[in-house]
Design a protein around this ligand. Structure first.
Ligand code: PNS
Length: 159
């Protein structure tokens, strides 16, 4: 049986923390669909197309990873690609409540799809797209936090 998972997020922009979760997910599942979705609570810096292009660039060495975008419910996207799993990264206890809420909601919407959590590596436990944008905005060094392609894109955005 082919195991297909989706790895959803805003990815505004993708960080080394995201990339680590995608890579580890791709080591477990046969196919991983990284999907850029809208988070109605967040205002984005990059367009969906820009976020997808950056994701495609930084995942190009992973043969079983595909990057797409979707406007709608995550579980509907998961159904459309025949996925049986959702992968989410978990950083600290502070993530837990939010993740529990969306996992429970997704289960109510579609009981067939199981959510799996991958614990973030220690060195990325503080990392988020928001914190990276904040540092980049004030010309701080982000080279240890994002892939070089993303660093370049952020510098361009804030110049
Ligand atoms: O990277 P993020 O912002 O934490 O990702 C959150 C995301 C995009 C996965 C979540 O907001 C989402 O699933 N949005 C799509 C709409 C949806 O399915 N909502 C119901 C579950 S909360």
């Amino acid at each position: 049986m082919t195991s297909i998972a989706v790895c959803p997020g805003s990815f505004d922009p993708v960080t080394l923390g995201h990339l680590d979760i995608i890579r580890r997910g791709a080591n477990v599942f046969n196919e991983v669909f990284v999907v850029v979705l809208n988070n109605s609570a967040k205002q984005s810096l990059f367009t969906v197309e820009e976020r997808m292009n950056l994701l495609k660039e930084v995942t190009k060495d992973m043969d079983n990873v595909k990057v797409e975008s979707f406007d709608g419910l995550l579980v509907d996207y998961a159904e459309s690609v025949n996925a049986s799993a959702i992968i989410r990264g978990l950083r600290a206890v502070s993530d837990f409540e939010y993740e529990m809420q969306i996992t429970s909601m997704n289960r109510v919407l579609n009981e067939r799809i199981e959510t799996f959590f991958i614990m973030t590596k220690n060195q990325y436990s503080f990392l988020s797209s928001s914190i990276v944008k904040e540092v980049a905005k004030y010309q701080g060094n982000i080279s240890e936090l994002v892939p070089p392609e993303v660093e370049k894109a952020l510098i361009q955005k804030f110049t």
